[in-house]
Design a protein. Structure first.
Length: 101
């Protein structure tokens, strides 16, 4: 195989750089379209979900959070509200911050 002259070498480097750039753009777009984490939801739905709980459940969640039993608080929110795991976790995290823990 012949050695590349300077002009061929420049073309090779430019083609490799372009291919690398395009691969990065495509993989970045794929992440932006759904494989990455969604943007955080505003606090309002979290607050509304907590307020919708029965007062006894709210007190129980607060007690569990004060006792540093976050997982049990999430379980309590899930069982009382029917929310999914992530939504219940978001509500528990919001409440923990709201009461200053």
């Amino acid at each position: 195989m012949d050695q590349l002259n300077a002009e061929q070498w420049k073309m090779f480097v430019a083609a490799a750089a372009f291919i690398g750039f395009m691969v990065g753009r495509i993989s970045g777009r794929r992440r932006a379209l759904g494989s990455g984490s969604p943007p955080p939801a505003p606090d309002r739905p979290r607050e509304e979900a907590f307020v919708a709980l029965a007062p006894q459940t709210q007190a129980e969640v607060d007690r569990l959070l004060h006792e540093k039993k976050r997982i049990n608080a999430i379980k309590e929110i899930r069982s009382a509200s029917g929310l999914g795991l992530k939504e219940s976790k978001d509500v528990a995290d919001w409440r923990r911050k709201a009461i200053g823990l």
